[in-house]
Write a protein that binds this ligand. Structure first.
Ligand SMILES: Cc1cc2nc3c(=O)[nH]c(=O)nc-3n(C[C@H](O)[C@H](O)[C@H](O)COP(=O)(O)OP(=O)(O)OC[C@H]3O[C@@H](n4cnc5c(N)ncnc54)[C@H](O)[C@@H]3O)c2cc1C
Length: 313
């Protein structure tokens, strides 16, 4: 790795004052806690993403991609190297039944855009925080559906900064799984299949999704949504009358309302940990690990993380 001074000079040369050193990531994560990035670049330009990938490799510093920050916990020690926060970008129809969105477009922005144009298929994702790129990384799920089921093609940038296009079949989508979870590839754009629909009807479906979320999730508190994946069928038998849901297991273990510093297991939804305002990342992580240990001890089920840990704890 080059010296801090040299790295700083090179990043400033490339991105000017838009790259900030020691930038807090608190405003850019929905958990609203955690340490700073060594350097932070916010961009809506696919070419800058390619430059960042090539230059961080050349400089020997780590690169971390952030979307909406709605599925991450940033450690209190912060994130080494360059964090690129992808935001906004282009949205356009590539055919009568296809829409393409840059990775930094928010899922909610995409939903609104398609509804306005009478394009059906994405409306039930209304209210899902984060970006298109983040949704593809973890194959966002809602009401038994996976976002990957709507995808036809994805534009990726590989470690060398080369742009490639892959079909949905090549994305290895599964529950909370995608190819980019296991490679260093970055999602640059995504193409979705849509069909024609009546905007008024689509708006109602979107409203239903939003109302469901309001009823079942603690939306008035800082969180990162569900912290654990739901257990799979081969994870072992569940206690009688407990559904295959991490939140239900946490609830049955009596953990709702448990606290560590300013972090609390939500009383509304057992799979949400909320930051009451003063939680450090270490508090959230300790509480989450307590839930994992307790569920394993009580029911013999090992919960897997849905949340992504970033940086140093
Ligand atoms: C209130 C609330 C409700 C939620 N409800 C749901 C829900 O219903 N269903 C659901 O699935 N999730 C839900 N979530 C979690 C979260 O919204 C989703 O996981 C979302 O898709 C994450 O997107 P993001 O842009 O915020 O990703 P981030 O949190 O920024 O990043 C998550 C991971 O994706 C990687 N990443 C981000 N962008 C890219 C990219 N362009 N290329 C490669 N990797 C990338 C990051 O490096 C990181 O590892 C909820 C969260 C909250 C706070």
């Amino acid at each position: 790795m080059e010296s801090q001074g040299l790295v700083n000079a090179r990043l400033k040369e490339l991105f000017g004052t838009r790259v900030r050193d020691g930038a807090s990531l608190v405003p850019f994560t929905t958990f609203r806690t955690g340490g700073p990035a060594d350097w932070l670049l916010q961009t809506d330009r696919p070419d800058e993403l390619v430059t960042a990938i090539r230059e961080t490799a050349a400089l020997g510093i780590p690169l971390t991609i952030l979307g909406g920050g709605s599925n991450v916990l940033v450690g209190d020690g912060g994130v080494r190297g360059l964090v690129v926060r992808l935001r906004h970008g282009r949205l356009h129809a590539t055919g009568p039944d296809r829409v393409r969105a840059d990775a930094g477009v928010t899922l909610n922005g995409l939903v609104r855009w398609t509804i306005r144009r009478g394009m059906a298929g994405l409306e039930s994702w209304a209210g899902t925080p984060g970006t298109v790129g983040g949704a593809i990384h973890g194959n966002a799920h809602f009401d038994g559906r996976l976002v990957g089921d709507m995808v036809t093609a994805v534009g990726l940038v590989d470690e060398a900064g080369t742009r490639i296009e892959v079909s949905a079949d090549e994305m290895a989508f599964d529950y909370d799984e995608s190819r980019v979870k296991h490679t260093s590839e970055v999602v640059s754009w995504v193409e979705f299949a849509v069909r024609s629909g009546d905007p008024a009807v689509l708006r109602l479906a979107a409203r239903d999704s939003l109302a469901f979320r309001k009823r079942t999730q603690p939306l008035d508190r800082a969180s990162a949504g569900c912290v654990f994946q739901n257990p799979r069928a081969d994870d072992g038998p569940l206690p009688d009358d407990v559904p295959r849901s991490a939140g239900a297991l946490i609830d049955r273990a009596g953990l709702k309302g448990s606290r560590q510093g300013g972090a609390v297991v939500s009383t509304v939804h057992g799979n949400f940990i909320v930051n009451e305002g003063t939680a450090r990342a270490a508090d959230i992580r300790a509480l989450l690990e307590r839930c994992r240990r307790e569920v394993a001890r009580r029911f013999g089920i090992q919960l897997r993380l849905e949340l992504v840990y970033l940086g140093e704890f």
